[in-house]
Design a protein around this ligand. Structure first.
Ligand code: SF4
Length: 456
């Protein structure tokens, strides 16, 4: 799918988000709940040992990715699945359309899947007259609202219950309620009918187990299990880095992923799908199609930010990020927000378009500390910032300022004069530098450090 090539405008989006009081409240409540639960969830377990192990497994996978993809494909095929390889979003869309059109599919139920957001699969299928219904409650809410997810695990994190109540009343014609239990029951009633009449289900997968050809799908709502078992056709779409070697390794991630995400010891539902379901006399009536998508991963694998492919999409880094916590996910204009989103978006869409996201981090390191697979988030963001400077993508005023500083720093008398005059010229410089950046800094001191030291 073609994306527009406009440079992302993170500063403008963030400023807009900061003016939205209800967004700030919703984000504050939700991420604090996540952070508190995660802290409680990891307090009583040997997280450091688990993280070390999980990091080593993920590193082994990305170091040997083509081999694991081949092994998974062979074993999934042996188990009865039909496996496809898609180089990019367009190819994946073509394959999925072909599968569904050939089988006369009209209505599709979907489990939450960030990769289908990445390739804009819903738009593609809808443009061919198919009805696609999201069945994860958060995804269902943002689909009804005509929005995109703002968090990889909690897509409607930016909405409060009153907004959801008004949305349901308007779109579903039900009485207004802001009681989460009532709203959940309404969604369940509507979605149950859709599940029973769907021709096909589309899901992602948290992991693909190379040794057995199995897909591991973690959910908390049970919708994933219904999407993968109720319709006769199940299409799973996943990117190639989702591989893990074997079921023993899966055990590590079964414990680690939910704790890092929501603080839960285990996800409410874990489905391990190995081939299509066999019904009556062993004949394969149901179909499992697995689309393995590259979409830039092989290229990322060759580059300096390859370790971002270790990411298991737990969302811990965004839940602790001081920037994400206040601006929310939409400010990033990307499928993937937060610290890991900054890196992945730049790697997938290119620095030319996505480099402003590199300003969406304080380099405080909270993200890297929280990451269960030890993705060196700070190092990768810093490296991308260096590339941004090398490619002269930073604002002209910043480049001019840095050049002037470099010149002064190399010539002591010039540096001393600049120090003397900076206090005098500060109001003028403050007016010249865009965004009021200098106005937020303290004024230069009356007396410089070197002058004080020279008197000692
Ligand atoms: S980078 Fe780490 S913390 Fe962030 S989503 Fe990925 S695995 Fe989770």
């Amino acid at each position: 799918m073609k994306r527009d090539n406009m440079v992302l405008n993170f500063r403008k989006n963030a400023a807009q988000a900061l003016r939205d009081a209800s967004l700030r409240d919703a984000m504050h409540t939700a991420v604090n709940v996540f952070a508190t639960k995660r802290a409680a969830g990891v307090a009583s377990v040997p997280m450091d040992v688990w993280r070390e192990k999980a990091s080593a497994v993920r590193l082994k996978v990305i170091d040997n990715l083509p081999e694991y993809v081949d092994r998974f494909s062979e074993n999934a095929t042996r188990a009865g699945a039909i496996v496809y390889r898609a180089h990019d979003a367009d190819a994946a869309g073509d394959i999925i359309l072909h599968i569904l059109k050939d089988r006369g599919v009209r209505r599709i139920v979907k489990a939450k899947s960030m990769v289908t957001e990445e390739i804009r699969l819903n738009e593609r299928l809808e443009s061919h007259g198919m009805e696609v219904v999201e069945t994860d409650l958060g995804e269902y809410i943002v689909q009804l609202a005509g929005e995109s997810p703002s968090h990889i695990l909690a897509p409607a994190i930016h909405k409060n219950r009153r907004q959801v109540g008004r949305l349901f009343a308007e779109k579903l014609g039900v009485d207004y309620s802001d009681d989460p239990e009532v709203l959940t029951k309404i969604a369940r009633r509507v979605l149950r009918k859709v599940f029973l009449s769907a021709d096909a289900g589309i899901s992602g997968a948290n992991f693909a187990v190379a040794e057995t050809g199995s897909l591991a799908i973690f959910t908390n709502e049970g919708n994933g299990r219904m999407v993968t078992t109720l319709p006769k056709i199940h299409v799973a779409v996943l990117t190639i880095e989702k591989m893990i070697p074997n079921l023993d390794d899966l055990a590590t991630f079964i414990r680690l992923l939910p704790r890092s995400a929501t603080g839960q010891a285990l996800s409410s539902y874990l489905s391990i799908v190995t081939g299509p379901r066999k019904v009556r006399d062993g004949s394969l009536v149901e179909q499992l199609h697995i689309v393995l998508l590259d979409n830039g991963r092989s290229r990322i694998l060759q580059g300096e930010c390859r370790e971002i492919l270790k990411c298991i999409r737990c969302s811990a880094c965004m839940n602790v990020c001081p920037v994400y916590k206040v601006v929310g996910g939409h400010a990033y204009q990307s499928t993937y927000p937060g610290p890991m989103g900054i890196i992945l978006t730049n790697e997938l869409e290119g620095l030319t378009r996505a480099h402003p996201l590199l300003e969406a981090g304080t380099l405080c390191g909270a993200c890297a500390e929280a990451c269960p697979v030890k993705v060196p988030l700070v190092r990768l963001i810093r490296r991308l910032r260096e590339q941004r400077v090398e490619r002269k993508l930073t604002p002209g005023s910043e480049r001019a300022g840095m050049s002037a500083f470099a010149l002064a720093a190399r010539h002591r008398p010039l540096f001393a004069s600049a120090q003397r005059f900076s206090r005098l010229l500060w109001p003028l410089l403050g007016a010249l530098v865009p965004g009021g950046a200098l106005k937020r800094l303290p004024k230069p001191a009356k007396e410089t450090f070197s002058r004080i030291m020279s008197r000692k």
